[in-house]
Structure formats: C-alpha cells, structure tokens
Design a protein. Structure first.
Lengths: 179, 255
C-alpha cells in the first residue's frame, strides 16, 4: 500500500529550501559535518544548519543552536570551516542566528531514524504533556520498542535529552526532547 | 529619549541580564561532581550550561551594541565586583541541596514570568533570546518545583532544611521586582519588562507550590537590595576571583 507522507510543515519547508538552492553542492558537502555529541546525525539532520548563501565570492553558512549553552556549537563551527576548506572553499563565514528558536520539528525524518538506530529515542517517539513539556513516561524504547518506560532524570547526557528507563527490557536510554 | 540614549540603555539592560545569568550559572556549576547522585549531578551541569549560554548571548549583544570592538569575554572577565549588576539572590553561595533548589524555584518562577514578557520586546534580539530561554526555563521550573515538593513534604530533616533555606532566601526575593529608572525607561519604550507588575503572580505561584510542599510562606520582613547598583554581598568577590582567575593571569591566552 502506498504511504502518505506525514512530513511536518517545518521539515517540508527546509527540504524545499535545500532543493531549490543554487548552491546544492555546498549543502551536500555539509552533510559530512556531524553533531560532535551525536555523530550519527549531520547538522542537516539535526536542523542546526539553516541556510547557505554566496555573496561576493564568500560563502555564508547560517546555523542555529539547539540550546543556549550547547557546547557543541564551537566545534560545529570549526568543523564546517574544515569541511569547506577540504573542498577548496576558503572564504567562509559562519553566522549564528537566534530567531526563530531551534525546534525539534526541524529534525529530518532520516535523522529521527538514525537516532533510533543509534539507541536514542527521537522526539517523535514521545508525546509532550498538557503543558507542552517532555513526557515523564511512555516514550518508545529504542532497544525493544516498548512504550512502557519512565523518566529517570529530566536532563540526560546533554540538555537536549532526558534519561529514561524501559520497564520491559530494563535498559536505560536517552530521549531527545521535543521542544 | 534619543535613539543613542535608548541604545545605551539597552546595552546596560543586556549586561545586567547577562550578569544575572552568568553569576547564577557559575553558582549552579559549583554542584558539578558534588550532586547527591549521578542524574542530579548531570541535571545541574545542564542547567548551569543553559544559564552560561544565556549570558553569552546577552553579553555578545551588549558587545555588538557598544560598537567598540568588544567581545562577550570583556564583560565576563574584565569587570570588577562594583561593575556587576546582578540581583543578589544569584550570587549567594550554593549552600546545601535544599538551599540551592529553593533558590532555583524562586528564580525559575520569576524567570518564567519575566521571559514571557520579554518575548514581546520591540528589541528583536532580546525577544529572540527570550524565546530560546523560556523553553529551557520551563524545564528548570519543573525540576525545582518537583524537588521543593519532595524535600518540603519529605522527611523531618529535609522539611526542616527546606524551611530554613526558604526563610533565609525570602528577603532577597523583593529586589527582583524593583523597577529602577533604566528599566522604567525601557519598559516605557516597549523594550524592557516592568518587573514590578510581576510580583503578584510570582507570589501566588510560589505560595501555591510552597503550601503544597507543606512549607510556611514567609512573611515579608527584612529586605536586602543593591545588586543593580553594584552593591554586593561579600560573596560576589570570591565568586569572581574564581571565575576570572585564568583570564586575568593570562590575558588573551588561547588554546
């Protein structure tokens, strides 16, 4: 049976932006830049990469931090410059943009799948509570697929994740919060 | 107010909000490796990072407004105690776990109200920073609320310590709602927040949580103030000595 795509609007807009870009090659080069904290994900998958433009022979890359104090941002900036330099592009400016604030809805569908395979429950595997905050239970376990789980700590290995434990297979796992 | 004056006022505002974030972020970071258990230790580290990230955004904006080629580091590392304008509650030593969580609750409820207003700022950068920070603050608040409930309504000892912490912190809460001339100007211009208008909602929300935690909401008695004018408790000097040591010993050092 044919599946109907349920891609969120934000993701669709990002994809369109990329497909219509006249600097497609640069977007492709940047696929090699990974989040240093989650090497399974590229900055495109994560939604941190916002825009690529070229003006007066300078390449300008716009990125948005996931969380205010995300320590990965400096490393990401350096990795972008290195990746472009390796491709022979040396006039690069990396700009950080705060608005609109990063949203987990920007994470690509393949990014969510990669996260799950990496052992981290992606944002879509849990439902936020009535106040719009990350759930304290019933996130799908990336190891066994059970929804029978509960939150052990609001903050996991990084600010963007919460720590959960599966009550069926007993394995702990990180949940990438929906914000 | 002329455009230039408004710019200067906005710069000073960004610096004081940056000071609040940096000083509290540093205090919270002092829990790292001292948390009561691993998950809490990590949670503290994350909350501290959120605050330090907030300080970086605010100081960077101040540096941009100054137009003097300054950077965020100039604000964080090369000013003295009298030049810091953070609210006093942020600089108090971390105390025991109950003390830190009660402080966090008082500050988190305040921040959630404050940032909700700052979202409406006519200054696009301040509004963007607020949009980022409010998402984080809501998580901070869920955690501090949860802990105050557990500690207040916990054992005899945890209840006692939480009440002691509350009584000793309450006098520092009043300063959060003082509106000085600078903030009045910015509130009138639609850039800053009228903090005096937040007091009632804050008191109601905090009282609700404290009562649920079986704690006694303190009477408004003594008050301590002066942080916005640079009059600090003796604790800030010690904190800055620690925070600024490397930069002051090896100015401009990079690695």
């Amino acid at each position: 049976m044919e599946q109907i795509s349920l891609m969120p609007k934000e993701q669709h807009e990002r994809l369109q932006q990329r497909q219509q870009a006249d600097v497609a090659a640069i977007w492709d080069i940047l696929d090699a830049v990974k989040d240093p904290e989650i090497p399974a994900l590229s900055i495109w998958d994560l939604g941190v990469l916002r825009d690529v433009s070229v003006a007066q022979e300078r390449v300008r890359i716009t990125i948005t931090p996931t969380y205010s104090g995300c320590p990965a941002m400096d490393a990401i900036r350096a990795d972008i410059e290195t990746a472009l330099l390796d491709a022979g592009i040396d006039r690069v400016e990396v700009k950080t943009q705060l608005a609109p604030a990063w949203s987990s809805e920007w994470m690509s569908a393949s990014g969510q799948e990669k996260l799950r395979n990496y052992g981290i429950a992606p944002p879509q595997d849990g439902e936020n509570d009535d106040e719009g905050l990350a759930p304290l239970a019933n996130v799908r376990c990336p190891h066994c697929g059970s929804h029978n789980s509960h939150c052990i700590s609001e903050f996991g290995s990084t600010a963007c994740k919460a720590l959960f434990r599966c009550d069926d297979c007993s394995e702990p796992f990180d949940y990438f919060k929906r914000i | 107010m002329s455009e230039q004056q408004l710019k200067q006022a906005t710069l000073a505002y960004a610096v004081r909000l940056g000071d609040d974030a940096l000083v509290l972020g540093h205090r919270i970071s002092e829990w790292v490796s001292y948390g009561p258990f691993l998950e809490e230790d990590i949670a503290y580290g994350n909350v501290a990072l959120d605050y330090i990230g907030r300080a970086r955004m605010l100081y960077s904006y101040a540096a941009e407004l100054s137009g003097e080629g300054k950077s965020e580091d100039d604000f964080a590392y090369t000013r003295n105690e009298r030049e810091f304008s953070n609210l006093l509650i942020n600089e108090l030593p971390k105390g025991d776990f109950a003390y830190s969580q009660v402080r966090q609750l008082l500050v988190d409820v305040y921040a959630s109200l404050f940032l909700t207003q700052l979202l409406q700022s006519k200054d696009a950068t301040l509004a963007a920073i607020a949009a980022k920070a409010i998402k984080e603050t809501r998580y901070h608040l869920r955690r501090s609320r949860d802990w105050v409930l557990r500690l207040g309504d916990g054992t005899e000892e945890s209840h006692r310590r939480t009440q002691v912490a509350l009584d000793s912190l309450w006098g520092y809460s009043h300063e959060m709602f003082e509106l000085d001339a600078l903030e009045q100007q910015l509130a009138d211009a639609g850039i800053g927040v009228d903090v005096s208008a937040l007091r009632e909602s804050w008191h109601a929300k905090v009282s609700e949580i404290l009562t649920e935690a079986t704690l006694v909401v303190p009477e408004d008695g003594w008050k301590v103030r002066g942080g916005r004018e640079g009059y600090h408790t003796e604790n800030l000097g010690h904190l800055l000595t620690d925070l600024q040591f490397v930069h002051r010993s090896y100015p401009g050092c990079q690695w």
